[in-house]
Write a protein that binds this ligand. Structure first.
Ligand code: SIN
Length: 296
């Protein structure tokens, strides 16, 4: 990918020396170099980051050595941290200071995972799309990474929407779908949500991003269960067709983690998924999210 000096990018902010934005794939994603997230970030640098995030949807910072405080401080530049909907009694994390921090890890102590979302592959989803105000942005920091797999794939939902045939757009614009998370579930197959127990919320299938004003698809294989006001068979067939359309390689950036990576993604216009990895290797990442608006 060609490197784009931030001073040459479309935003008017003058780029501080040494801060560069490098696109990661034709679909989405950019790496920002020249920023140390342990240090205070001045307004000029922050506006380069914010502009790049708006343009590229997923931002990577490599080789960061971040404490929990550093990660929280950086995330809070983008908004208020979002609390975790999962009841504290269902969580294992004890080693975090902020209740909003979640460890994503397969490491176990006394047989119990120290974090959430522990094992193996996870299908595409948008964080917390099953609550009224889903997460705006997610910040995920890599502490231990397996030698093979456990990659995170990102999907551009503006592009996926734009590429839909007009008759499908007409069918889904203005429609709502139910999103639900069956805690512990990593794939749709075999899910059978209990709506008395599992958190769920109905959201538009196509949402307008509050900053860019662009339309993005807002459905995903792991958590979007059914389309409101449609017969079950028709809803299932339409959702399957949408999932197959969305998950085309041309809309995807595949991220191979390195220790010290911090990724920031926009849940309002992207999805993410995780590839399988060995249960013989350790994987530990630290996550926090910032609160979003009710989609419209
Ligand atoms: C997540 O969905 O937040 C976790 C992604 C990952 O483990 O790569």
């Amino acid at each position: 990918m060609p490197s784009v000096s931030s001073s040459a990018a479309s935003h008017p902010a003058a780029a501080p020396r040494g801060v560069d934005v490098h696109p990661l794939s034709p679909a989405l994603g950019a790496e920002i170099r020249g920023v140390d997230l342990t240090r205070p970030i001045d307004e000029a640098t922050f506006s380069v980051i914010a502009d790049a995030w708006r343009e590229h949807l997923v931002i990577l910072f490599r080789d960061q050595v971040l404490s929990e405080e550093d990660q929280v401080r950086f995330a809070q530049r983008f908004g208020a941290l979002q609390g975790r909907p999962r009841p504290a009694s269902m969580r294992a994390e004890t080693a975090v200071k902020h209740p909003e921090i979640m460890l994503v890890s397969n490491i176990r102590e006394n047989g119990k995972p120290i974090g959430s979302l522990p094992d193996g592959e996870m299908q595409f989803h948008s964080d917390m799309c099953y609550i009224e105000q889903p997460a705006k942005g997610t910040f995920l920091y890599a502490i231990e990474i397996p030698s093979v797999g456990g990659d995170t794939h990102f999907l551009n939902m503006y592009a996926a929407y734009d590429a839909l045939p007009a008759e499908i757009k007409a069918k889904i614009d203005g429609r709502q779908a139910v999103n639900v998370f069956q805690y512990g579930s990593t794939s749709r197959e075999g899910n059978n949500p209990d709506f008395d127990e599992h958190p769920h919320y109905t959201h538009p299938m196509v949402r307008t991003h509050p900053d860019s004003r662009r339309k993005a698809l807002f459905v995903n294989r792991l958590m979007t269960w059914s389309i409101e006001g449609m017969e079950d068979a028709e809803s299932a067939a339409l959702l399957d067709a949408l999932f197959d359309h969305i998950e085309q390689p041309k809309f995807i950036y595949e991220h191979k983690w390195r220790v010290g990576d911090l990724l920031l993604w926009d849940n309002r216009c992207t999805l993410h998924a995780r590839t399988d990895f060995s249960d013989k290797e350790r994987r530990l990442l630290r996550r926090c999210v910032i609160q979003g608006d009710k989609p419209y």
